[in-house]
Design a protein around this ligand. Structure first.
Ligand SMILES: [Zn+2]
Ligand SMILES: [Zn+2]
Length: 289
């Protein structure tokens, strides 16, 4: 048995409205060393876990964007922010036990963990199976540059595993290691096209906004999804390139998802959680689909 059931709160019951328990990070801070997650889930469910539900600045002591999904046959990450390897180790997830990493956009709190992931896979977990990383155009170059900045010479070394970069074009459905990924263009300056991602896996649809201000694209990506995970950086503060809770609630009825969970929360948002009527992600929170 892997460590999934022993770590963090479980939010599989849809009737538990408002799964948040405050603005702190007690679930994460209280986590002990977990048993390594060596085998995929085998019960036919899709298990999703928020490894990081915070913003780029670690607000509330939360880790940066990273969501772990286990379909029973494939295990993948949606986003891999700079802190993600730490969050993975806290949850007992090995860099050798991830088949694919899907990146919404090329900001450090969404892809900055990849250099550490790759080096850990090479030197610590001693991975030997291929790794697929999919994201916007420019992905491969930006990862190479990040590796060279952090650890000069690290991007070109020979490894025991291949890294396949898949640069997805907006609106084009792409097969990423058996995951059907549909990237939808959103509004968020990041040096390359930013995406919301719609992922079909094991008969479920998981939609994820990445970072964006409100756009009709969110209706597209969320439509019919079993779960839509949406950024809610602020409660009511307006900022270009990002969405706040008030705006999301104005458009809530337009989102045709079966379930909505908000994430990527900054300090202002975390200080207003008591007023929030949506499900709120926590680091370590598990969702079963
Ligand atoms: Zn961003
Ligand atoms: Zn971000």
């Amino acid at each position: 048995m892997n460590a999934i059931n022993s770590m963090g709160p479980i939010a599989g019951d849809r009737s538990s409205n408002g799964a948040h328990s405050g603005s702190g990070n007690a679930d994460c801070a209280g986590g002990s060393v977990a048993v390594p997650d060596s085998a995929p889930s085998a019960d036919g469910k899709v298990r999703l876990r928020f490894l990081g539900s915070g913003d780029n600045f670690g607000s509330g002591g939360r880790f940066q964007a990273c969501i772990h999904v286990d379909t029973g046959t494939t295990r993948f990450l949606m986003d891999c922010g700079a802190s993600s390897l730490i969050a993975m180790k806290r949850a007992g997830i090995s860099s050798a036990a991830i088949d694919a990493i899907l990146i919404s956009h090329l900001h450090g709190d969404h892809f900055g963990g990849i250099p550490f992931f790759i080096l850990d896979a090479q030197l610590i977990s001693r991975r030997e199976t291929p790794l697929v990383i999919a994201g916007p155009p420019g992905l491969e170059q930006r990862i190479r540059e990040a590796m060279e900045i952090f650890y000069p010479g690290s991007s070109g070394v020979e490894r025991k595993f291949a890294v396949q970069h898949v640069e997805m074009n907006e609106g084009e459905t792409t097969d990423v290691g058996g995951l059907i990924v549909h990237p939808v263009r959103v509004i968020h300056g990041s040096g390359s096209p930013p995406y919301a991602l719609r992922v079909e896996c094991a008969g479920k649809i998981i939609a994820y906004s990445g970072d964006t201000e409100w756009t009709e694209s969110l209706r597209t990506v969320a439509d019919g999804a079993d779960l839509f995970i949406c950024e809610s950086y602020f409660f009511e503060k307006q900022m270009k390139n990002h969405i706040n809770y008030r705006t999301l609630m104005v458009h809530r009825a337009e989102l045709g998802c079966k379930r909505l969970i908000i994430t990527h929360m900054g300090e202002e948002m975390l200080s207003r959680l008591g007023e929030v009527e949506l499900e709120v992600a926590e680091d370590g929170m598990e969702v079963i689909l």
